[in-house]
Design a binder for this molecule. Structure first.
Ligand code: NAD
Ligand code: SER
Length: 320
């Protein structure tokens, strides 16, 4: 049974990944690692071990790995694309030096490591449609630079030291448990909060800007299934394109209006987010993930809109 440490467990992915792993009997102890700045929700505090783990403190990572006999580390610590542009050195420190700390602990103590990469590895020179698995990665953001570096470092530790590193290039992730942490694709979550509150949504991304997206349950399946996949089948490791849908703000708003005819949206385009979004693919080719470890997303645009509206309506506009 796998014992897991999730670093960055309080974030959008971490909160749902920890809950899923704790409910899965193929896994043993699941340690939720968080910083003092980011408290965990009560549900995670009560359902298993939780430890303060700053990814910049390699000794602390090693201590927790030894205490709980951890054999798999999910490294989710990062500053997302828009936030990273205002703190580039901090983004590099957490994204790259934090990853090196994790890889060194993994090398010394024999752990496998999953570190998400992103559509952010691509840039304006990359083919935007059916973006291939192996193609130009010349990002224009510091976030993308940390992700390309992370992919290369992860492959380096696999080839040089045999550390079992694996990862996916996540698209924008849509979920209702924990709000997103400062990315370019956050609009595709925020729009639902406005729709449920009955407010006009001011969209920071221009009409006609297509980006890849996935619902969180599919993203969690990817994180679990890739780490359980037969290594003999993996021709790639760091990192696999994965996507479940591609849409622009108009398509998303139209889908919401099918359920909420009064929903209104206007554009208040944010130049930073727009320039990042324009440099990312419209729609990736994820056939390598499908062939090598069975990636098969279950939630498309219509199902995702149903789930988001009903989950947020259940919480109630007052609680949002
Ligand atoms: P998030 O911002 O919601 O969570 C990141 C977590 O990292 C936060 O809880 C933060 O407190 C923690 N963190 C920051 N600095 C830390 C440090 N020094 N030590 C330990 N933890 C620290 O992000 P997320 O959406 O959960 O993303 C997780 C990973 O997935 C990141 O690598 C991100 O780049 C990647 N990713 C996310 C998306 C998405 O749409 N959410 C898409 C592509 C890739
Ligand atoms: N959702 C992420 C971001 O926008 C993609 O990596 O930063």
């Amino acid at each position: 049974m796998k014992n897991v440490l999730v670093i960055g467990a309080a974030g959008q992915i971490g909160t749902e990944l920890v809950a899923t792993l704790r409910a899965d009997d193929r896994f043993g102890t699941i340690v939720a690692g968080h910083t003092t700045r980011t408290p965990l929700p009560d549900s995670l505090l009560q359902s298993g071990p939780c430890e303060c783990v700053d990814i910049l403190d390699a000794r602390r990572i090693a201590e927790v790995v030894k205490t709980y006999n951890v054999d798999t580390i999910y490294n989710l610590a990062a500053l997302l694309s828009a936030t990273a542009e205002s703190k580039p050195l901090a983004a590099w420190n957490v994204g790259v030096n934090g990853l090196i700390n994790t890889l060194e602990v993994a090398r010394e103590l024999g752990c496998a490591v999953f570190t998400p990469s992103s559509i952010g590895v691509f840039g304006p020179e990359t083919p935007a449609v059916m973006t291939p698995q192996d193609t130009v990665c010349r990002p224009k953001t510091v976030y993308g630079i940390t992700k390309v570096t992370g992919e290369l470092l992860s492959d380096y530790y696999f080839h040089k030291y045999g550390v079992d590193t694996r990862s996916v290039r996540y698209p924008g992730l849509i979920s209702h448990e924990t709000p997103p942490g400062g990315g370019t694709t956050d609009y595709a979550v925020e729009i639902f909060y406005s729709a449920v509150k009955g407010e006009t949504y001011a969209c920071p991304i221009a009409a006609g800007t297509f980006m890849d997206m996935a619902f969180m349950s599919d993203a969690i399946d990817a994180a679990v299934n890739l780490m359980l996949a037969d290594p003999q089948r993996l021709k790639h490791r760091n990192s696999f394109n994965v996507t479940a849908m591609s849409f622009d703000p108009e398509m998303l708003a139209a889908e919401i209006r099918k359920r909420k005819p009064d929903f209104s949206m206007r554009y208040a385009v944010d130049p930073l987010r727009q320039s990042i979004a324009s440099s990312w693919p419209d729609a990736m080719d994820d056939s390598c993930a499908r062939e090598e470890w069975g990636w098969q997303p279950k939630i498309g645009l219509s199902e995702m809109v149903d789930i988001m509206l009903s989950a947020l309506e259940k919480k109630g506009a007052g609680a949002l």
